[in-house]
Design a protein around this ligand. Structure first.
Ligand code: GTP
Ligand code: MG
Length: 423
């Protein structure tokens, strides 16, 4: 009996030792062997906005990848172990693969495009998704004066990680209003053609500028959102965008933002400032107390500096655009007819509106959004930021401090520190 129970104890000891050995061996290998890193495509394929795919993305988060540097001062973290659960609060989320866990703003991308623009907008979408939206899955609204064809819908929907929505513009937002003298408008186009003013002879370009100035935010699909981010065909984004610019806008009460500013082509807007002054006289209640007149004018509002924010990129508040102040401003300009009798662009219109209707604190310059639209580039000035954000722009291409840019003037107005070597 005693001999039998000794043998059983011995068997238990042998089995337990083997189990412990195996357990030890398995665990030590688990710690040292690198796990396969998910291919970027795998992670992206999982970024569709349904719970199953979100889970798939989460499964692709690889905890054995290079440690995440917590911030610029702690680059030495590269040699230590990664934190058990990387926190969005203190880690550049560009280095995380999964869907961002944070709350979302009620926001959308918006693109005005023709069916023929499909491949140029496809390039832009791919850039925006890779650098930002694959982790945030915001919706994308496409607007067109004609119906979008199947090809456009299929190509763009496949690239957008949020929901793609397609809207046709109502005819009254894309036609010449009845108070415009069509003969006068035609003569202007002929004259501008002779003077070789870019897009000066185009009616559709004028509809586009008027639509972007006063109607895109009124489209029924846009009523579902509070913020928009405008994207045009053939743009480039050069850096990761780890933090959500929509949330930044919301949490900091920002209403209008830009990355590139420049001087407008005078011949396209000879009377825009006269119309603006008329509006300010008629609607003094809409003029903000702490406005940006310093940016817009060198002489306290007598004349226009021609400075504007380049509106092919903009992140803005739809609530502001739908406000009485903005709508009164647009309607007042529209009555004056300069969209057809001249060639007013939506960039100076938005910029003047932002400059006079908003307080300075409601504007924002997104330095970290490195951006290209032919022919200008914004590339962040700070070398370490370019490394952290995996930028691929050449800082020599940065337009910010060129004499045709107005960003230095914006910095001066806001009391921001310009980089060393810039006057
Ligand atoms: N649906 C539609 N979209 C248009 C039309 N004209 C321009 N767009 C879009 O409106 C936006 C601005 O037009 P662009 O041609 O890029 O104008 P731009 O940026 O001043 O000039 P570019 O230097 O050519 O880029 C783009 O998103 C175009 O796709 C049009 O007639 N119909
Ligand atoms: Mg463009």
């Amino acid at each position: 009996m005693l001999a039998g129970s000794n043998a059983r104890i011995l068997r238990y000891i042998v089995v337990a030792s083997i189990t412990l050995m195996l357990f030890y061996l398995f665990n030590s290998h688990h710690d040292t062997l690198p796990r396969p890193v998910p291919a970027p495509d795998q992670a992206r394929a999982g970024s569709q906005p349904n719970p199953q795919n979100v889970a798939a993305v989460d499964r692709n988060v690889d905890s054995t990848q290079k440690p995440i540097p917590v911030d610029r001062d702690r680059q030495d973290a590269e040699s230590s172990k990664p934190p058990a659960s990387p926190s969005m609060k203190d880690a550049p989320s560009s280095m995380l693969d999964g869907t961002d866990p944070g709350p979302r703003a009620n926001a959308t991308f918006v693109t005005l495009a023709r069916n023929a623009d499909v491949w140029d907008i496809a390039r832009s979408i791919r850039q925006v998704e890779d650098r930002f939206n694959r982790r945030f899955n915001y919706d994308w609204v496409f607007l067109n004066d004609k119906p979008f064809d199947e090809n456009f819908r299929n190509i763009t929907s496949a690239l957008v990680s949020g929901t793609a929505r397609f809207g046709q513009i109502p005819i009254e937002h894309w036609s010449v209003p009845d108070w415009i003298d069509e003969d006068k408008a035609k003569k202007v186009r002929e004259d501008m053609k002779e003077r070789r003013i870019i897009y000066g002879d185009s009616t559709s370009y004028r509809h586009m500028c008027r639509f972007e100035s006063g109607f895109f935010f009124q489209h029924p699909i846009m009523q579902n959102y509070d913020f928009y981010w405008r994207v045009e065909p053939s743009i480039e984004l050069f850096c990761d965008i780890p933090r959500d610019p929509f949330r930044f806008m919301k949490e900091n009460a920002k209403k209008y933002s830009f990355t590139i500013s420049l001087l407008e082509y005078v011949d396209t807007i000879p009377t825009l400032w006269d119309s603006t002054r008329k509006f300010m006289e008629n609607y003094p209640q809409h003029v903000a107390t702490d406005n940006s007149m310093e940016f817009l004018s060198d002489d306290g509002g007598q004349t226009y500096s021609m400075c504007h924010f380049w509106s092919n990129f903009e992140i803005g508040s739809l609530e502001w655009m739908r406000s009485d102040a903005y709508v009164d401003f647009f309607n007042s300009l529209d009555q004056d007819g300069g969209f057809f009798y001249e060639r007013w662009g939506d960039a100076p219109v938005h910029s003047i509106a932002a400059g006079i209707l908003l307080n300075k604190t409601e504007l924002h310059f997104f330095d970290e959004i490195a951006y290209f639209h032919m022919p200008f580039t914004h590339c962040p000035n700070d070398a370490q930021s370019r490394i952290d954000l995996k930028c691929h722009c050449n800082p020599k291409d940065n337009f910010d401090w060129s004499r045709y840019s107005c960003t230095a003037r914006y910095f001066e107005m806001m009391g921001l520190q310009k980089p060393d070597g810039v006057d």
